[in-house]
Unconditional design. Sequence first.
Length: 374
Amino acid sequence: MSKQIYLDSAATSSVHPQVIQVMVEVLQQEYGNPSSTHSFGRSSKTLVETSRKSIAKQLNCSAQEIIFTSNGTEATNWILTCLVKTQQVKRIITTKIEHHATLYTVLALQKEFAIQVDYVSILPSGAIDMNHFKELLELDISTLVSLMHVNNEIGTVLEVEKVGAMCQDKKAFFFCDTVQSIGKTTFDLTTLPVDFIVASAHKFHGPKGVGFAFMRKNTKIQPLLFGGSQEKGLRAGTEAVHQIVGMSKAFDLCYQNLEADKKQISDLKAYCLRELLLNFPDLKVNGSDTFYNIINVLLPFSPEKTAMILFNLDIKGIAVSRGSACQSGSVKPSHVLSEILNDVDIKKPSIRISFSHDNCKADIDALIDGLKGI
């Protein structure tokens, strides 16, 4: 069988071998309940808190500002809902190209609490219209801004510092979905003007089923789950120690190798784009100034090939995607691409190619050959 080629790391990433090793060690040796007072429990508790401190150190924030969750979707639902229910938020500013974890939560809150929802206009480049955003912020109403750092489908990048400063000026809460960028770029949360960010470990070569939220100190948050006193009493339930330790190890490895990985992946993305344009001159890139590990392209193929393109690549052992893995079973056009493509182009096949340090030029060559055969 030919080599399996994985070019869908924006959906999920491979688990680093060192992460697997440390998780197995914890499962075998550190099985105590972190809430137990005996030595077994204290040892597990130490692992949890050491992991929290390690993550906080990489982000330059307080360990008490890191709360462990099961994933970014859980954290997003929790934070947005809590701010509306307990902080008198009357309006949410967001966009129509956010992850559905945000969009569907916002719609549910609008229905239940009759809050005002304003959507920032999206430019053809995939970036938000900063002039429109500024206009929306002028309205004197208790506001929560929810904008993602890196779009998970097209890779466009938000000017977080600029947006955050504008939110601070208008005393608006700023929640930033950083699931696609955390572990792939640096964050200094002491100076970065955000109130909340979220992460999922499986996006940065950690295990699935664990993530974290950064909640800036002195922000009043209602518990997500009631029961025990875990996670500062905010999220009851026995901690998944092996998952947390695995996430912390993956996070450390990401930042130890960040510059080398970033260069390798950036070079690979550039090579991919060159080869695509060389072989398909009429190809278009969806989005401009995109993050270094994501490229989304509109292929110059007939619309009737759209439904089968991923299937045909998969037969050849090549994994790419049409967009968010959470929507992979949907036959509807991407809600992100629908905002930036015209009625003709949205019917044509677009694919998202996303890279990690596991990839090489041979993977790109195989992708090009696979596309040429369609």
